[in-house]
Design a protein around this ligand. Sequence first.
Ligand SMILES: [Fe+2]
Ligand SMILES: [Fe+2]
Length: 237
Amino acid sequence: MTNDHSKRRQFLASLGGVGLGLLIAAPNAAAEEEADEEVSANEDLMREHGIIRRALLVYGEAARRARQAPKSLPLVELGETAALFRGFAEDYHERALEEAHIFPVVRKLKAPVAKLPDVLLAQHQRGREITDYVQRLAKKTTLGADADGLATALESFVRMYEPHAAREDTELFPAWKAALGEHAYVEMGEQFEDIEHRTFGRDGFDDALERIARIEVEFGLADLSAMTAALPPADAR
Ligand SMILES: [Fe+2]
Ligand SMILES: [Fe+2]
């Protein structure tokens, strides 16, 4: 886009005064500038999955601690992760966007992808039951006999949601975009922005990003370089 823009600027400069004025007034030039600043609907959905994946990373670490050292599991921050999941992922991303606007369109397609929303909806519902359970346990002062049950629930949640989001990114969202066509797709991007502002009263993504970043600090997950893999072992002889 930057290249196109600088090319256009060079072109405009070469036209001189009159031609420049005419071209700047052209409505498609203004529309192009505006579209540049907007986040498209699928980009919006996929970066929301980015927040969700970071919450799943916290759940994975929480499960590991629940199994190995339950007392080292920060229950308050686990509760905050579940609250973020409820508000941002379940009530907003899943219910207000996917279930309200994407599933109904994809269900009508004459293609195998039309079967996906039924499974995805069942997984949203199971996720909500697990979130209820995590929120109940996170209110306790210690996990006691619930530690194993929590670890299993969190592990199965991560195991469900990783492929869930991956299928949406690679199959559901592209099918939805293609079904809508260019104009309706751009309009949906604007509508998603409106829903976001109505739901959160501000930028829901920025707020969620700040919250998950704070939680990661408590779980010792904030340093990305610490996640760099070790060298593989030498080949066995
Ligand atoms: Fe979903
Ligand atoms: Fe999703």
